[in-house]
Design a protein around this ligand. Structure first.
Ligand SMILES: [Mg+2]
Length: 226
């Protein structure tokens, strides 16, 4: 059985999306009337609903203020993103295209494991022509907690692609200790990439099974997953 490899998006496949940051700012203002941004918390590795929630708490809102408008917030953010992503300048990480092509050639089942809500994930990746590599995923729109996303993605692989999971044929690839923790909790293998805010040592200490500088060493990556 070919493996299932689940990729994080931000700081793993792409550098950053300014449009995604602006979409948060837009929705914070429109739905909650708060002038703020994701920068007020450490948002790396968190899901979009979790980022929204933590930022608003940091700004002094209460659960009662936040809860009734959560869905309106996500809708407003998506609307802004879909309308404006065409102006975004997104840099694809070194080696990502070569690696994805190679994995696709070798019939590896490719998925996403991202805190981005699904519509933003695909619009973002389609903007840089990467979306077509990914057949399924677990998204921020599936759950507040990243670890639940892993099981969601595996379930979709089993249901839609007759994927049969064993102890060592599912991998999660990501740039933060939260990506690693989500993989460990779900009992799959984890590949940390030090292309974001965290260095190799921090990723090793968080329990990653494998750690790479980035995605540019195709051979090294293939050796791990095949
Ligand atoms: Mg990331």
């Amino acid at each position: 059985m070919n493996p299932l490899v689940l990729f994080d998006i931000d700081k793993t496949l792409i550098d950053r999306s300014e449009c995604h940051h602006q979409a948060f700012i837009h929705a914070f203002k429109k739905i909650y009337r708060v002038d703020t941004s994701v920068e007020v918390i450490n948002y790396h590795g968190k899901t979009d609903p979790q980022i929204m929630h933590e930022v608003l708490l940091a700004e002094g809102l209460t659960e009662n203020d936040i809860c009734p408008y959560k869905n309106d917030f996500l809708d407003s953010m998506s609307e802004y993103f879909v309308a404006n992503v065409k102006y975004d300048k997104i840099k694809v990480m070194d080696g990502a295209v070569t690696l994805l092509k190679e994995l696709e050639n070798r019939k590896v089942l490719l998925g996403l494991l991202t805190g981005n809500i699904e519509i933003i994930a695909y619009f973002k990746l389609n903007h840089v022509d990467l979306g077509h590599y990914f057949k399924l995923g677990g998204f921020g729109s599936d759950s507040y907690y990243r670890s639940n996303l892993v099981l969601k993605a595996i379930q979709r692989a089993e249901n839609d692609f007759r994927f049969v999971r064993n102890k060592n044929n599912v991998f999660v690839v990501g740039d933060t200790p939260l990506d690693v923790a989500a993989g460990l909790k779900a009992g799959i293998l984890t590949i940390g990439v030090a292309s974001g805010e965290y260095c190799k040592e921090e990723l090793i200490n968080s329990g990653a099974n494998f750690v790479l500088d980035d995605l540019s060493s195709t051979d090294e990556f293939l050796k791990i997953v095949l």
